[in-house]
Design a binder for this molecule. Structure first.
Ligand SMILES: Nc1ncnc2c1ncn2[C@@H]1O[C@H](COP(=O)(O)OP(=O)(O)OP(=O)(O)O)[C@@H](O)[C@H]1O
Ligand SMILES: [Mg+2]
Length: 245
């Protein structure tokens, strides 16, 4: 018997009720992601990319259909189990970084350890601080560990956000417009970094983006239109530089 996909949604639907009117955003999404995949999630503004990411990341609950992580239906989990699964298995990177202004880069990276079960502010072990420092070093911020977000550039802030997403070593990293707030050169550097991290770590990345360079360089592209996956075919001829050699 073959292993189930790492992350899979089946006939996923999501509607919102606003002012007594039902808006159907996702109308039957089917998508399977294997371990180590790197997929760009494309579609017009309002197509439902963020909505799908929130469902994939167990931040939001679909109106119908299933989200399965290693074959386990998320709807079968209790609230606490969902939260634990999310903390352990899924990292998030957002357009506007969502860093805590009062904390430095190292502390922001350690943040998931502060809010998880059994964690508390500044109770990180030396081992954890070393690991966070090494991770920030890998992301090119070795000499910025004690800088607060206001003392960092946009690209540097996004690197800290990436470090925070990776710190718990999640299997899945969901990124929502990670280059949306960056100039094209800095955005390109973040694209390089995401591709390298995918290659090095074998983690699965799903990246909602309007950035054509990021879309082009992702080995897989999934497009949402009219609430469905229009085109999620694997791209045969152009695996992208991230997968060369
Ligand atoms: N909490 C909510 N309540 C009501 N409607 C919502 C809510 N969240 C999203 N929507 C609606 O769902 C649709 C999809 O929103 P979503 O944010 O997923 O789009 P998107 O593809 O991420 O767009 P963008 O590229 O602009 O980020 C939009 O029409 C939006 O207005
Ligand atoms: Mg969005």
């Amino acid at each position: 018997m073959s292993e189930p996909p790492l992350l899979e949604v089946r006939d996923l639907r999501k509607s919102y009720r606003v002012g007594g009117r039902e808006i159907e955003v996702l109308r039957g999404i089917d998508l399977a992601l294997a371990r180590g995949e790197m997929a760009a999630l494309l579609g017009a503004s309002g197509a439902g990319k963020s909505t799908l990411l929130h469902c994939l990341g167990l931040l939001d609950v679909p109106s119908a259909g299933s989200v399965r992580l290693r074959g386990v239906d998320a709807s079968s989990l209790s609230f606490a189990q969902r939260a634990r699964t999310r903390n352990r298995e899924i990292g998030f990177v957002f357009q506007f970084y969502h860093l805590i202004p009062e904390l430095d880069a190292l502390e922001n990276t350690l943040l998931p350890r502060w809010i998880g079960p059994g964690a508390g502010p500044r109770r990180s072990s030396w081992e954890e601080r070393d690991r966070a420092g090494a991770l920030l070093g890998r992301l090119g911020l070795g000499d910025r560990l004690l800088h607060r977000p206001a003392q960092l550039s946009g690209g540097e802030r996004q690197r800290v956000a990436i470090a925070r997403a990776l710190f718990a070593e999640p299997e899945i990293v969901l990124c929502d417009e990670p280059t949306g707030n960056l100039d094209s050169r800095t955005g390109s550097e973040i694209v390089d970094l995401l591709l390298a991290l995918n290659r090095e770590s074998g983690k699965t990345f799903v990246i909602a983006t309007h950035n054509p360079e990021l879309a082009r360089r992702c080995p897989r592209r999934v497009r949402i239109e009219d609430g469905k996956i229009l085109d999620g075919a694997r791209v045969g001829g152009d695996p992208g530089p991230g997968h060369a050699g």
